[in-house]
Design a protein around this ligand. Sequence first.
Ligand code: TXA
Ligand code: MG
Length: 317
Amino acid sequence: MSVKGIETKVLGTSATDIGIAAEIMRGGGLVAFPTETVYGLGAEAFDDAAVARIFEAKSRPSFNPLIAHITGIEAARTLCDVSDEAERLAAAFWPGALTLVLGKRDGTGISPLVTAGGPYLAVRAPDGDVVRSLLQEVGRPVAAPSANLSGQISTTTAEHVLAGLSGKIDAIIDGGPCPIGVESTIVGFDGAPRLLRAGGLPVEAIEACLGTRLVRGHADGRPVAPGQLESHYAPGASVRLNAIEAQENEFLIGFGEVKGHASLSETGDLTEAASRLFHILHKADASGRPIAVAPVPESGLGLAINDRLKRAASPRQ
Ligand code: TXA
Ligand code: MG
């Protein structure tokens, strides 16, 4: 399904309009909405196809994992293993400009595209009446990156969002400018608490709350490149790309005319392929066989799919 050339509804912040936005998201649509940091581009986080459309709308060349926006700590506990330190930070700073990357629990129903197939899930309870009402109405976690085209800066007004995404998303809630204007601070817990991205909540406040210094991603202060994190899914088996036929014992992942043992999309639809990618990689991996993958065109979401497949195929560090 293409998301280009659709009419983008501009909604206000009345209860009626927030209800309309929630309805659109529950039906698999994409809605941009204001948070206290920047505008987010949201889809219901359990809906594989809707989450795939986020990447298409943003023209993201790779599947960076997305933040699941939730109403608060109770929702976080249903989705993740929340450590004591994470509990403390959430109690101090949620709702607010803090994202916690935590071990994802099994069987949550969160689309694997949200975690880029990995075992860690980023969660944040954003602040602001509009986004809080919206999350309440949707009734489920909302996966949302910043509402900008890939490679462009985050957006803090509805006009900026529309300049990039008009015609590619179903609706936007115009809630005026975002008060903080930079993205949330991200803290990971893959060991000692680590600063993964500096952002709207000062690091000093986090360190004062924990009583320890956060491990920094890079000495020069650059955020950790998310694609390089070990949290990203890499199958255990070898992966051979551009395969037309399975050799010997291989599990062939098909696309279009190459049928395979499971197909990313029999009709060659790249959005469908993206929505199935991590499910099928897991399935292929679970077969215990070497994996081969049919060629996927290098256009549209194919760039992100191929980026992920190339990384899956590259030798393990
Ligand atoms: O303030 C914000 O955080 C805004 C608003 C909309 O909430 N969102 C935002 O999302 O900035 P995005 O996708 O533009 O940036 C999220 C960052 C990305 O660098 C992503 O790689 C990282 O969070 N991230 C998300 N899930 C992760 C995970 N499981 N492990 C490591 N990094 C993760
Ligand atoms: Mg962003």
